[in-house]
Design a protein around this ligand. Structure first.
Ligand SMILES: *Cc1c(COP(=O)(O)O)cnc(C)c1O
Length: 386
């Protein structure tokens, strides 16, 4: 049994990342400086998007995207319940109503058929979440959005560097949001961004992240004295610091390498558990490349004795940081109080009952992966129904 705790995810930092941060600390600007522009330029390069806006975290990015899409009181926004609460919280921040569409039982991504069923005349946008880093069925989702005149905001928190039919995630919907929390594909400590090809959304996001204030002489409505600036909308202070942006810039150089490692380790899990009775591996579509943010297995509860709680606890005893991504959002007491009822999305609920997230991050070693595989196999074998 290993001595140290193996988390489900964590950052990878090298000396060049640390040097990049120190350089900013010694410079004139700790925030609103040149490191932000540099980071945004590189995000544009990597995603192929025309515009990128760095924000203080991924939740602020989602909030900004909902703001830019004009989500307001009474508007319905369709999203997946198999996500972190931040996705639908962003809709609530804007006064909108999250509507949950169920997931596909094999890819665990939002099911376009159920999106269609949940559309009403109040629906204004769809927020597909590229769960685990595998892109959603974007062709179908864009088709639905065009037919019903809806905005598409992709929650790409898991999917920086992933691609869908040869296109990098970041340009398919109207806007795409990213998170740079330490467990995510790259990190800035806390951080987030929105990418878009639409200038209007870009302008709105730039206002939104800094109090709704502009200093752009071409946009001022009144006086234009040298000191003068104007607030045009109700924005927030959602700015990223230059310290974070410099770290992000340095991390982006390693993104491909990180994903390569994640893919290699995911394949080791796949190979170990494919056909192994009691474990179901995640289906990958061959039209896309996942960013492999997390590796999720299902415990086949028809084939083994205890429920997954026992397996979870036993793996934790072995110092394996298994996790559960996610509790269906509407299970949370806050959402229950808003009136969402259990039973809303049966496939998401079934996945929740059966799923475990296994550790997966670039800094893991092959031995770490083998240890997880061995432990899971031993446990499942000992609990198998005969
Ligand atoms: C991490 C995450 C977020 C929130 O990002 P933060 O940077 O932590 O605010 C939103 N959606 C999903 C799917 C995430 O995984």
């Amino acid at each position: 049994m290993r001595e140290d705790f193996l988390p489900y995810g964590r950052q990878w930092l090298d000396d060049d990342d640390i040097d990049a941060v120190i350089e900013v600390l010694k410079s004139d600007y700790l925030t609103t400086g040149p490191a932000i522009d540099k980071f945004e330029e590189k995000l544009k390069e990597i995603t192929g998007a025309k515009y990128a806006v760095a924000l203080s975290n991924g939740t602020a990015a989602l909030h900004g995207a909902c703001f830019a899409a004009g989500i307001g009181k009474g508007d319905e926004v369709i999203t997946s319940p198999m996500t972190f609460a931040a996705t639908s919280n962003a809709v609530l921040y804007c006064g909108g109503k999250p509507v949950f569409a169920d997931i596909c039982p094999d890819t665990y991504n939002i099911n376009p058929e159920d999106i269609k069923r949940k559309i009403t005349d109040k629906t204004k946008a769809i927020i597909p979440v590229h769960y685990t880093g595998q892109p959603c069925d974007m062709d179908e989702i864009i088709k639905i959005a065009e037919e019903y005149n809806l905005f598409v905001i992709e929650d790409g928190a898991h999917a920086l560097g992933a691609s869908y039919k040869g296109r990098k995630i970041g340009t398919i919907g109207d806007m795409t949001t990213f998170s740079f929390h330490p467990v995510k594909p790259i990190t800035t400590g806390e951080g987030g961004a929105v990418t878009t090809n639409n200038e209007d959304f870009y302008e709105k996001l730039m206002l939104f992240r800094s109090h709704g204030i502009t200093r752009d002489k071409n946009k001022l409505l009144n006086d234009d004295a040298a000191w003068y600036y104007e607030q045009h909308v109700l924005g927030y202070n959602y700015r990223m610091t230059d310290i974070q942006a410099a770290l992000g810039y340095s991390q982006l150089d390693k993104l491909d390498f990180f994903i390569e490692k994640r893919r290699k380790y995911a394949k080791m899990y796949d190979d170990a558990f494919r056909g192994f009775e009691g474990v179901v591996i995640p289906k990958q579509l061959d039209n896309s490349l996942s960013g492999w943010h997390i590796y999720v297995i299902q415990i086949d509860t028809d084939k083994i004795r205890p429920d997954k709680r026992v397996i979870f606890d036993e793996l934790r005893i072995r110092n394996i940081g298994v996790n559960v991504h996610y509790i269906p959002v509407y299970y949370h007491p806050y959402y229950q109080k808003l009136g969402y009822k259990k039973g809303l999305c049966p496939q998401a609920e079934r996945l929740y009952d059966r799923m475990l997230t296994l550790p997966l991050f670039p800094k893991m070693t092959k031995e770490d992966i083998m240890y997880v595989i061995r432990s899971v196999k031993e446990l499942i074998e000992s609990y198998r129904l005969r």
